[in-house]
Design a protein around this ligand. Structure first.
Ligand code: ATP
Length: 296
């Protein structure tokens, strides 16, 4: 019997559509007045792919997602989403084609024209039905999938319940590229697994492309088609899952990533323990006498 491949191949939703949804080319990025946080990073994701983005705290995952979401200006060729520059083409976000869901409790919902607070005394139903131009069947399905009670007041629910409403808001429009920054941390196991299954369907049936940054690998073994592991802002491992031999065995994802993280941590500690090197002694270069005269 032939063993089934551990990871599903990228869905061939768009036969003949050869353009990658996400193309990052030699991206370098720094916050203002700070040291660089992303170094020479490249990544190509075809339509329909699901990329797991991981790495230690501070590796640069959030920074990368925010750059991809067009929140910071980078060169027009450094980040292309659906063939367009992420920062310069404001229609990408305004149309809902590019959607970013982060851990914060406020979010810009460009198509709703608001910076929507998620913690005020607002009803869940009021929020979800207040967004215009939404397919009612999609909204109903999401409300059911996320188990949302429309009578919830957002200032009187648990973090996990509020998160469900936030996620629902972010998914109402059928995005083409979805960037998820650790959004399932406070969801229960069933809610999280149902959501992951929904994302798989979105990629396979609609050709959506998803990048999901997380430290939680439960239920993710067979989920990604692509992988990106960042270390200190550099892409240490990346590309299709099939190109990363260590990840070809079922059930090994957590184990393999833990191994990389431990090596990284040990190296960080080793470097921190090294005695500070004395500053190099300055020795004046040899100068022929005719040049010495110049300095007098
Ligand atoms: N607004 C900012 N200004 C300056 N530096 C920042 C800013 N935000 C993040 N950084 C720095 O950028 C680096 C990457 O941070 P980032 O939040 O992208 O990491 P991360 O991989 O998402 O971490 P975590 O897993 O903890 O969420 C860190 O060294 C951080 O200190």
């Amino acid at each position: 019997m032939t063993a089934s491949p551990p990871f599903a191949a990228v869905a061939s939703v768009a036969e003949g559509d050869t353009q990658d949804s996400v193309v990052v080319s030699c991206l370098n990025f720094s916050f203002p007045f700070s040291a660089p946080v992303i170094h020479n990073l490249s990544l190509e994701l075809p339509r329909g792919s699901r990329c797991l983005l991981t790495g230690a705290n501070g590796a640069g995952k959030t920074s990368l997602l925010q750059v991809l979401a067009g929140k910071y200006m980078v060169g027009e060729d450094a980040v292309r989403i659906l063939g367009r520059p992420a920062f310069h083409d404001i229609q990408l976000v305004a149309s809902g084609e590019l959607s970013y869901l982060g851990p914060q409790w406020r979010r810009d919902i460009a198509f709703a024209g608001n910076n929507v607070p998620m913690q005020g005394d607002i009803g869940a139903g009021q929020m979800l039905f207040g967004v215009e131009g939404v397919d009612p069947a999609r909204r109903d399905r999401l409300i059911k999938l996320l188990d949302i009670d429309l009578s919830w007041r957002l200032n009187r629910v648990s973090d996990g319940q509020r998160r469900r409403v936030q996620i629902c808001m972010g998914l109402l429009k059928p995005y083409q590229v979805l960037l998820l920054d650790e959004i399932t941390v406070d969801m229960d196991v069933v809610g999280r697994l149902d959501l992951l299954a929904f994302f798989t369907e979105e990629c396979e049936e609609r050709g959506a492309t998803i990048i999901y940054a997380t430290h939680i690998f439960d239920g993710l073994e067979r989920w990604p088609t692509h992988f990106a592991y960042l270390e200190g802002g550099r892409m240490l491992k990346g590309g299709p899952m099939s190109g990363i031999p260590e990840l070809q065995t079922d059930g090994k994802l957590l184990h393999v990533v833990e191994g990389w993280l431990r090596i990284e941590k040990a190296e960080r500690r080793r470097l921190a323990a090294e005695p500070a090197k004395p500053a190099p002694k300055f020795t004046a270069p040899f100068m022929p006498s005719k040049h010495m005269a110049f300095f007098r």
